[in-house]
Structure formats: C-alpha cells, structure tokens
Design a protein around this ligand. Sequence first.
Ligand code: F6P
Length: 320
Amino acid sequence: MKLAILTSGGDSSGMNAAIKKFVEYSYEKGYEPYFIYDGLEGLIDGKIKKATHKDVGGIIYRGGTIIRSSRSKRWFDKEYRKKAYENLKEHNIDLLIILGGDGSFRALDVFYKEFKIPFMGIPASIDNDLALNEYMIGVDTALNVIRCAIDDIRDTASSFNRAFVIETMGRECGYLALTSAVANGAEMCLIPEMPYNLENLKKRYLKEIKEGRSYFLAIVAEGLKITNKIKEWFEKEIGFESRATILGHIQRGGSPTVLERLRAAEFVEVAMDNFEKTPNKIVTFYQEKFILRDLDEIVNSKYSLDERMLKLAKPLMGIN
Ligand code: F6P
C-alpha cells in the first residue's frame, strides 16, 4: 500500500519527528511512504515523491517541517481540489496522512466529502486549539520557547521599575498565554476566552507596589489585539514605565522537546496501526490516551480550555 504524508498550516516543532517515524514505520510494516511537499499547495501541484530512509536521517532534532507547509488559498476552489485528487490517483496513494490544525482539518473535511480519499489526521499546531483533544504536536516546544523568553525578559524587567507586556501567539485561542502565565508566575493573563477586570487588577497592583513590588510581567494573547493598550494602561493607571514584547514566530521554532518527539512518534504509530481497520479518523490525545475520532465530530465541536488551569489564572485576570 502507498501512504502519503503532508504538513499543513503553521509548522510546529515535532513535525519532523513525526515524518521520520512515518517513513521508518512504513518500511517496517511493508508500506510505501510518499512525501507531499508544500502542504495542500503541493498536493494541488502534484509535488509527490517517494520517501526514503535517507530523507529522514538527522531530522528528529530540527524544528519546522522538512516537507514544508503552506496556507492554500487555491484549496477553496473546487477545481484545484479536483487536481489534488487526480494527483493522488495518479500516484495510486491509498492513504493520506495530514499533520495540521483546525483549519487543515476543515480543508480535509471538504476534500473527503467530495472525493472520499482515505485519510488519517494528526493534530499539530502550537495553538493547541483542536476540539476534543488536549495536545497538539508543537505546543510543548512553543511553551518552552515562551518560558525562556519570559525568563530573559524578567532579567531586564527586574533591573528597572518596569512593566513588560508579552504577547503570545495562538490566534483566537488563549492556551499559550494561559499556560505560560501560570507556569511563569506572571502578574497578568489576558485571553480571548475569559473576561478580565482591570480595576481589580489595579487595586491589587497598587497595594503590591506599596509592599515593594518593583516590576510586572503581563501575558496577553494575540487574539485580543490589546497588547499596546495594556502597555499604555500600565503607564497611565499604574504609573510604571512599560514595554511591549511581541514574541512572534520564535514561538514556532526550536528543537522539539523530548515530550514532543515521543508523542509525535506515537501519533504516527497509532494512525498507521489503525487506518486499515478504522480509516478516516483524527488521532486525538485526550486524558492521557490516544482516541480515534470522526472528522465531523472534530470540525463541529469547539475546543475549550482546561477548567483547572483557568481557575489558577483567574486572579491574573482580576476576576474570581
Ligand atoms: O496557527 C499557528 C500560528 O502561529 C498562530 O499562532 C498565528 O496567529 C499564525 O499561525 C501566524 O500565521 P503566519 O505564520 O501565517 O503569519
């Protein structure tokens, strides 16, 4: 059987570990592995090539994706999706494995409904915003990149009387901001999913300043689009000189953590062990177990943030 893999949407650390496992496990199990380069764009253009062990030597520690990725506008046009289907047929591909996030799975949903190409989906995105799933490949490395950045910013913040407003990625999802704020002892955490009360925070901050607090670290999710507003708020309302740091794409890079490498290999193994009996599933990681779910179920559900984590972060939002 011929199996093809592609990576779609925002790249994330650990994708290469998954690609390596895909090639090695394919040969172990007697399948023929194929790479589709450049994500859905490459699928449209027929960039499909047989993968060898040599392709995946020495890639496990590298961030990004050696087969590259894309955000395809052409995919929205049926004519191009038909081309993609014809390319898969031409290469006699029996299974398409897609590593990506919510947007990629929506794209896959349309494609599957039209052409019924057997698939398996593996969640990969630093945003960690897939419904019915608690872990996506790349999020652990991103959290650690953010941790290092916050540690470094703390050095300079604590050397001045200053407030630092640090913006994390995540699109509309506040997972990275929430987890990072709690894990790194920030004073503020603002995310799109939760209300916040600046008046309550102000009261607390002014009291803490009287008691000797000399700097603030505030983590704000990009989805709120208020990073500069909060920076100004610190200047005006708290009377602290402030700086804003937008972490940006450094959050997508870096060598994958140990957890990422192990989980990536496991995701691929679960997908490849199950597709013959149970095809057309998204492999999710939920309550410490891998669970195969229907694509429909995933695209029609909304992710939610962990209640325990939200409880820990409420004081950083100024709410009870
Ligand atoms: O989905 C991953 C992500 O890094 C988001 O957190 C971010 O909003 C977006 O991609 C950035 O996209 P691009 O790399 O296309 O600018």
